[in-house]
Design a protein around this ligand. Sequence first.
Ligand code: JHZ
Length: 398
Amino acid sequence: MNKKFLDLGYQPLANKYLQKYKKLSPKKKELYKLTVGFNTKTKLVSLIKKIPDKQMFDENYPYKSSMSNTMLASFKKLSKKIKKKFKPSKFLEIGSNDGALIKNFDKKNVVCVEPCSNLAKITKKKGYYTYNNYWNFSLAKKIKKKFRKIDVIYSANTLTHINDLNNVFKSILYLLDKNGVLIIEDPSFLECIKKVSYDQFYNEHIYVFSAISLKKLINKFGLELFDIEKLETHGGSLRYYIKKKNNHDIKIKKSVSLQLSKEIKFGLNKFSTYKKFGESAQRSKNNLLKIFDKLKKENKKIIGYGATAKASTVLNYCNIDNKIIDYFVDTTPDKSNRFIPGKNIKIKKYKKTLLDNVDYIYLGAWNFKNEIFKKEKAFIGNGGKFITHVPSPRIINK
Ligand code: JHZ
């Protein structure tokens, strides 16, 4: 049974950045109620109202993985590891985005799957074999027919974005070689709860996995975890290494039981833990608003940095508009001169001078704090400060 524990109010679709601001309405289905539930049987956390995949991932998807050096470095490191450890002759990435990971692989070894045609075009143009398709069973059949053997399947921040998880794993099971390895990485619910990062929830994050829930889910498909790595990316993620149960050549590492027991100890198998998280989100909202309120009474100039999908959740949940945040800066070309979803706050193409005469910056991309602080040494040196809500609302400069 899916029991509700978090209510983030009416929200627009994240990653839909309008060129002209207009007030959105729930009646016209431009806003929808964003609530999150915990399934007491499967232990899976999911959105209660799910938006169809086709409405979210289309030919205008603006997010590009290559916009952050942190992600590029993480992908480079992982590629080296995959090549050394698993030596794949055919490597498939589900949700290859703009090719931030696969650019580290030889073209002849790679198959890309990407439903957003604007992104698929990028990897195709670079010569990578790309299917501009949603991940599903009929695509898996098509790929198997053409390539026969896929020995490593990788997917970062994508499988949790697909409504039908049964179809996702059924298709993976079908395509993956008997000795093959599946590697997936996604935000960790344990980190999300520890950091009160309720902004990990927006329409695209249909599910947020814990190791507990993922183990249960893949078990149904004859798959099992054999290693888990903890990553700092995207606010704290887990990289899960998965194999077929009947492959006894790969040994199961201690990291799996360690993560599972950590999660059980924290209470991730009990609804009461989730309920408390919902209450913490409400407190986080009130405390963030208090900070903004105080600073605006002092006539401080505040802007936002990183027009993330996460920021869209925060600004709509807390009802923050351009009376509080003058504008956002972001490096993504397809976000510039557009508006934060549901809000009248403009996004400007990042340039250093946009930080002149600014007193405070709200960190929309708090997950890239280190990268951003390094870049904005001059702003900090001149007395500029940042506002974040993670792990609790506060003002920081280091
Ligand atoms: P970032 C998206 O979420 C959507 P978002 C998606 N659902 C998902 O799961 C994750 O990505 C992976 C900008 N930026 O990665 C670039 C700067 O301007 O936190 C991006 O717009 N300057 C697929 O949107 C944004 O911040 C910088 O120096 O929450 C970061 O978005 C840096 C480092 C970033 O993902």
